[in-house]
Design a protein around this ligand. Structure first.
Ligand SMILES: Cc1cc2nc3c(=O)[nH]c(=O)nc-3n(C[C@H](O)[C@H](O)[C@H](O)COP(=O)(O)OP(=O)(O)OC[C@H]3O[C@@H](n4cnc5c(N)ncnc54)[C@H](O)[C@@H]3O)c2cc1C
Length: 422
């Protein structure tokens, strides 16, 4: 694996051979999550395919020329030509493998797969998810000397890691950058000696058997499982959204707002996260137009007041996006006025979508614990679910308030309950 700059691009990439290039940025959680997977892939496929990294902020012109508008983005080249399409955002290891395998012969793929040996490990507790809830459960279990593994397809920190500033976590007089809070929490938990298996692919979960398979290779058995997998941002499923995800449409302001200096941005949404993220985007962009389906914002009053005082933000109430397309480098959002039913086109340099969340239960296998009507897991006061020895904590559970403080409280309760039982 090698880091290159724009000047080396022709020699290293366009001059032939099979090459995969990772365009990454700093302060980008999905980029950090991709890095160890990319290294592992380089070790496995390195003899057949060249693995290169390009720092996007330092090579903006090259990135723009290649149509890279989101971090991280992987581009694949064969004999100087781009092949198999790019991938960006929260990239799974299996997505990379799928593309790399298409660049090799079936004999080469079989030989590479034969080099991987299956692993089996046993724990008292397996925690699925390393956000504030999972990290806190890990902290208490580690301090109680309970053999614990924390598993996450990304890096530890969860949403905390991509929140620009956290001003309501007790113990800090100044607002903390979210990634620093994530770093402190994760280091504190690591120091207790529990195992971290992060930036892995979750191949399967069987809550009844208490079996988790990661990276299609390692089987983990645990006496108890804690579910702390949080939520995922909703998508609108409007035409063009999937196509331009990572190519003009983003779901992460901390990752991508810095590329919109003096540019115009469209933000979809009007709740807390949309308002907070729109305010953050104005640190870079010259103008932000928010599209909100209701006639009032649904964020907290402080955030609404900050937004109203910000001259860069204009809100279009009672409008909904209907379609996304790209003309040159301009994103065109077709919006409908919900009162008059009239549609019009809105031009901007990029679109950010913040329209709420859904719980990450689909990744938990066939047998799921009891849930409420919206797919959030029901627990008792000890964080126990309807499945014996399976606990759930944090944003994934049915509760009124989803905050870092409430997530860490849930993690504490589950871990103390388990410590008393084991
Ligand atoms: C933009 C934004 C700003 C916010 N600002 C604040 C704030 O200022 N103050 C505050 O208190 N709260 C804030 N919140 C809310 C707060 O971040 C959440 O309530 C909190 O992070 C929930 O913690 P969690 O551990 O339950 O879930 P998350 O933080 O969502 O973490 C879940 C973890 O599970 C992992 N995961 C997903 N799928 C799997 C799987 N299949 N197996 C294993 N792991 C998996 C994810 O990668 C992630 O690391 C904010 C949220 C957002 C979105």
């Amino acid at each position: 694996m090698k880091e290159i700059n724009a000047v080396d691009f022709e020699k290293e990439v366009l001059n032939g051979g099979k090459v995969v290039v990772d365009f990454y940025s700093t302060e980008c959680a999905p980029c950090e999550a991709l890095a160890p997977k990319f290294d592992a892939m380089a070790e496995l496929y390195g003899e057949k395919i060249k693995f290169l990294k390009v720092f996007r902020q330092g090579n903006r012109e090259l990135a723009t020329e290649l149509g890279v508008s989101s971090s991280p983005t992987l581009l694949f080249f064969e004999n100087g030509k781009q092949v198999t399409g790019s991938i960006s955002g929260g990239i799974k290891k299996s997505e990379i493998i799928e593309r790399l395998d298409t660049m090799l012969t079936s004999e080469e793929v079989t030989a590479i797969k034969a080099n991987q040996k299956p692993i089996v490990s046993e724990y008292d507790v397996a925690i699925l998810g390393g956000g504030p809830a999972g990290l806190t459960a890990g902290l208490y279990l580690g301090q109680a000397k309970i053999k614990t593994v924390l598993i996450d397809p990304a890096l530890p920190g969860g949403y905390m890691g991509i929140t620009h500033q956290v001003s309501n976590y007790p113990g800090f007089t100044e607002a903390q950058p979210g990634f620093m809070l994530a770093h402190y929490m994760s280091e504190q938990t690591k120091q207790t000696g529990i195992d971290f298996k992060v930036a892995v692919d979750i191949t399967s979960v069987d809550l009844l058997k208490k079996e988790i398979v990661i990276d299609e290779l390692e089987t983990i058995w645990a006496k108890k499982i804690i579910i702390a997998t949080g939520t995922t941002p909703n998508t609108m499923n409007a035409p063009g959204e999937k196509e331009y995800k990572g190519k003009g449409i983003s779901y992460c302001a901390t990752c991508d707002a810095k590329y919109f200096v003096d540019k115009e941005v469209t933000v979809i949404g009007g709740g807390n996260s949309a308002v907070e993220e729109a305010l953050f985007i104005t640190k870079f962009a010259s103008k932000v137009t928010m599209i909100h389906q209701f006639d009032k914002l649904t964020a907290n009053q402080t955030a609404i007041e900050q937004l109203q005082a910000n001259e860069k933000i204009n809100v279009m109430y009672v409008h909904e996006p209907r379609n996304f397309e790209k003309r040159g480098n301009t994103m065109i959002t077709t919006i409908e006025d919900l009162k008059t039913k009239k549609v019009k086109e809105l031009e901007s340099d990029g679109v950010f979508v913040f329209i709420g969340f859904k719980s990450n239960v689909s990744v938990l296998g066939k047998t799921l614990p009891d849930m409420n009507n919206w797919g959030y897991i029901l627990t008792d006061e000890d964080m126990k679910t309807s499945i014996p020895d399976v606990y759930a904590i944090g944003d994934i559970i049915s509760k009124k308030y989803r905050q870092i403080t409430t997530a860490v409280a849930d993690g504490t309760i589950a871990a103390i309950t388990i410590s008393k039982e084991l």
